[in-house]
Design a protein around this ligand. Structure first.
Ligand code: IFM
Length: 443
């Protein structure tokens, strides 16, 4: 395995606003759907909320210093839409915008390239009150918010990601109901998915119109979908689920239409697709952002969603119960290059949760995470060798943070967050990652 990565490869870490910022009700920030959801009893493990999270809003300078110590070349964060526009549109909250201005300046000063995600799940509650993503107006509001951000930060910030994991927003938030807003409706899920496509397209359009320099793309979570057996019905079930998890996003973006077979099955539950919607979704992107965590094993299960049963594979598991399956990373990366002709690929998230704790020596030893990262980065190197145009890797996550419905129970960081004191302790994996960055490759 080649140790060296291409010159200029961006080694980064990723985070998201609601998961780390805290200051949930400070300096004029509006309520988000995650503020509302996490404060609703029974929705988040242990009743955890993001009220304080890692207090990054107040400690961002220390956190940038930490990133600098690790030698990070890039940092992917997200902007909390309701911090900037408390109601989602209209009145701007200058204090909120200033926070992102200061963060970007601090990153640039530290020679860390900022990558900003415009939507990582914290929708302004005021927009949810008007119907949220299933309402087409939310896409329009997103386009306007995106234009504002290009206007305000686009003189210095040149890497933009429209949405993070729209599949999770639509499916887990609106069909499964595990994430905010916690709804369970196929129709709402399909409408949300479609409006997310439109929203991303409007943001791309606004970026081009802004004339700002830089690049814009979208981040999706994709997974290899493997049939549970080679029985005909399992093969068909796996194909249906692939159309749902992967192609429901990739096909509109890269081919300008939804996957036809699944669309045929869902047609009478779809929202209205207005003329021009798919053209919006299908605009050329400067890059694609891939989040990879696991593969899924699918079998035929009548009566379940799409008549499928979806499981993790038999391999070793992380604390979340997710199968560790590094080969799947290569499979997805090469598929993106082969089937969708992706020209610039950023690996915008990859990482794992383990039950880390502070040892008696005061350090946090996380050999499983180092092994996980080593195995996944080896697949990145393999994909590079096969010609996949990978431009950067953003490890999820810089520090332990609020893991959505699991609250603080899942630790994904390479830096340990002591939630009592908010002290940050770099784990062994952080020291290991610093070496990888310094060498520009695996040892
Ligand atoms: O923490 C999340 C992140 O917000 C989105 N991608 C997956 C991560 C781990 O679950």
């Amino acid at each position: 395995m080649a140790g060296e990565f291409p010159a200029g490869f961006i080694w980064g870490c990723a985070t998201a606003s609601y998961q780390i910022e805290g200051a949930a009700f400070e300096d004029g920030k509006g309520e988000s759907i995650w503020d509302r959801f996490s404060h609703t009893p029974g929705k988040v493990r242990n009743g955890d909320t993001g009220d304080v999270a890692c207090d990054h809003y107040h400690r961002y300078l220390d956190d940038v210093r930490l990133m600098q110590d690790l030698g990070l070349k890039g940092y992917r964060f997200s902007v909390a839409w309701p911090r900037v526009l408390p109601r989602g549109y209209g009145q701007i909250n200058r204090a909120g915008l200033d926070f992102y201005n200061r963060l970007v300046d601090a990153l640039l000063e530290a020679e860390i390239e900022p990558f900003a995600t415009l939507y990582h799940w914290d929708l302004p509650q005021a927009l949810q009150d008007r119907g949220g993503w299933p309402n087409r107006d939310t896409a329009k509001a997103f386009g306007e918010y995106a234009a504002l951000m290009f206007d305000e930060l686009g003189d210095r910030l040149t890497n933009w990601i429209t949405l993070n994991e729209p599949y999770v927003v639509a499916d887990i938030g609106h069909r499964q109901g595990i994430h905010a807003p916690g709804h369970q409706s196929v129709e709402e899920c399909l409408a949300a998915a479609h409006h997310l496509h439109v929203a991303s397209g409007l943001a791309v359009q606004a970026f081009r119109e802004s004339g700002r320099p830089g690049q814009i793309g979208i981040t999706c979570n994709l997974a290899p979908i493997h049939p549970a057996s080679d029985r005909e019905e399992d093969l068909a079930a796996a194909d249906r689920f692939d159309q749902w998890l992967n192609r429901w996003w990739l096909d509109p973006i890269y081919r300008g239409h939804y996957p036809q077979d699944l669309l045929g099955l869902l047609e009478n539950r779809m929202p209205e697709i207005e003329p021009g919607d798919l053209e919006l979704a299908h605009q050329p992107l400067d890059f694609f952002g891939l989040n990879y965590y696991f593969r899924q094993i699918v079998s035929h299960e009548p009566g379940e969603w799409l008549d499928t049963k979806v499981e993790f594979g038999p391999g070793p598991k992380t604390a979340f119960g997710w199968e560790v399956y590094p080969e799947g990373y290569y499979e997805i990366m090469t598929r993106l290059a082969r089937e969708y002709d992706v020209k610039n690929l950023y690996l915008t998230e990859n990482g794992c949760a383990y039950a880390d704790r502070i040892s008696e020596d005061g350090e946090v030893h996380d050999p499983e995470r180092i092994a996980y990262l080593e195995q996944h980065l080896a697949q990145v190197a393999r994909a590079l060798e096969a010609g996949v145009p990978v431009r950067g890797y953003f490890l999820w996550s810089l520090m332990d943070n609020f893991e959505w419905a699991m609250g603080y129970s899942m630790r994904f960081g390479i830096v340990y967050t002591d939630y009592e004191t908010l002290r940050r302790i770099p784990k062994d994996s952080a020291k290991w990652y610093a070496q990888v960055i310094e060498r520009n490759g695996l040892p």
